[in-house]
Design a protein around this ligand. Sequence first.
Ligand code: DLZ
Length: 159
Amino acid sequence: MSSAHKNLSVYNTKDIPDVSEKRFALIVAEWNEEVTEALAQGAFDTLVKHGVKEENILKTYVPGSYELSFASQVFAQREDIDAVIAIGCVIQGETKHNDYINHAVAQGLTTVSLKYNKPVIFGVLTPNTQQQALDRAGGIHGNKGDEAAITAIKMLRWS
Ligand code: DLZ
């Protein structure tokens, strides 16, 4: 099912672990700031809604989505961080830059997650247009930041 047919803010609430003592890194790309700030706010609010203490959410910025992998590694290797949420938005342009960035970030985050045995969540939108991005950043299709946060929480059952 594509996100055009799913509301990203609607999720199954079974098997949600206690995260009241867990610490999260929330890494946000500055490119397409209007979108990534909305995603980050959604992720933050969803973490808090499920019992995460605000002081246990370490929010930080990188210039663009390509830098999310490196920053995720810096946080994933820290013993005081339980999960990493990487937030970005790569909008298709006239060239193939978006393909290269998207694939690099997806691969990079997967590598970091497996290397450090921690959830590292792909909270990156890869739309064709700005409107498609806004539709998924608190718009008609919900907020991918919400989805990223609940995914991080649920994956803590495994670590
Ligand atoms: C260069 C670039 C372009 C063209 N588009 C985006 C984008 O849509 N979203 C995004 O997060 N970052 C973009 N970037 C920046 C790259 O991610 C990266 O920051 C630079 O290539 C420097 O490594």
